[in-house]
Design a protein around this ligand. Structure first.
Ligand code: 13P
Length: 249
């Protein structure tokens, strides 16, 4: 079965009630036909209103979740709370969480496990820094980050996981990976999944690319055999996101 193309929009810590309403209205007016999965991730404050306002086929994701369901963890939100808000997806392990908020591979894996156990679907992010790429350890870094997740979950959980490969050097820099650079890592990760988890999981799991994706570069990237969609940052706040959401594989 071909993998359904997946386009995510990660708003990060951007937007206001008014600007996010405009984005949601733009997506609703676009009447997307459901041939791609389209998921938007507004800041946590806006999850409930966006989940109520957005029309199918667009769905909503939180940008992070904690490793506990409740308790004295000021400032955090739990997978149960995300589910309770009517939000089916969560982004975990984003490089900004890893670098700025010290989410370790193990913490990301625990978060993925609890989110999956709670019934959420997960966009699990991995990616190497420029320094790591220049050291020639791109493959090791991405496999290490994915291994932590694979070790924490059963094979059946992979049906609810989308892997987002986001090279740190391409995020918010305007420096998009070339189709060849992205395809090489995606193919490597798919091979790794086949060996580490199973050929069936490798075949079915969407591996999406993130890092300076725009309406201009998305059609070319989408042609690569192992690029199954995008996680879009900056451009997800602009009208061109509707165009990216319509990208054909
Ligand atoms: O981090 C990203 C999405 O999660 C990518 O961000 P940009 O598209 O702004 O580079």
């Amino acid at each position: 079965m071909p993998r359904k193309f997946f386009v995510g929009g990660n708003f990060k810590m951007n937007g206001s009630q008014a600007s996010i309403k405009t984005i949601v209205e733009g997506l609703n007016d676009a009447k997307l036909d459901g041939s791609n999965d389209v998921v938007i991730a507004p800041p946590a404050l806006y999850l409930i209103s966006v989940a109520a306002a957005v029309k199918a086929p667009v769905e909503v994701a939180a940008q992070n979740a904690y490793i506990k369901q409740s308790g004295a963890f000021t400032g955090e939100i739990s997978p149960e709370q995300i589910k309770d808000a009517g939000v089916p997806w969560v982004i975990l392990g984003h490089s900004e969480r890893r670098s700025l908020f010290h989410d370790s591979d193990e913490a990301v894996a625990q978060k993925v496990k609890l989110a999956i156990d709670t019934g959420l679907k997960v966009i699990a992010c991995i990616g190497e820094t420029l320094e790591e790429r220049e050291q020639g350890i791109t493959s090791q870094v991405n496999q290490r980050q994915l291994e932590a997740i694979a070790a924490a979950i059963p094979e059946a959980a992979w049906k609810d996981i989308v892997v987002a490969y986001e090279p740190v050097w391409a995020i918010g820099t305007g420096k998009v990976a070339t189709v060849e650079q992205a395809q090489e890592v995606h193919a490597d990760l798919r091979q790794w999944l086949a060996k580490r988890v199973s050929p069936a999981v490798a075949e079915a799991t969407r591996i999406i690319y993130g890092g300076s994706v725009t309406a201009k570069n998305s059609p070319e990237l989408a042609k690569a055999a192992d690029i199954d969609g995008f996680l879009v940052g900056g451009a997800s706040l602009k009208p061109e996101f509707v165009e990216i959401a319509r990208t054909k594989a």
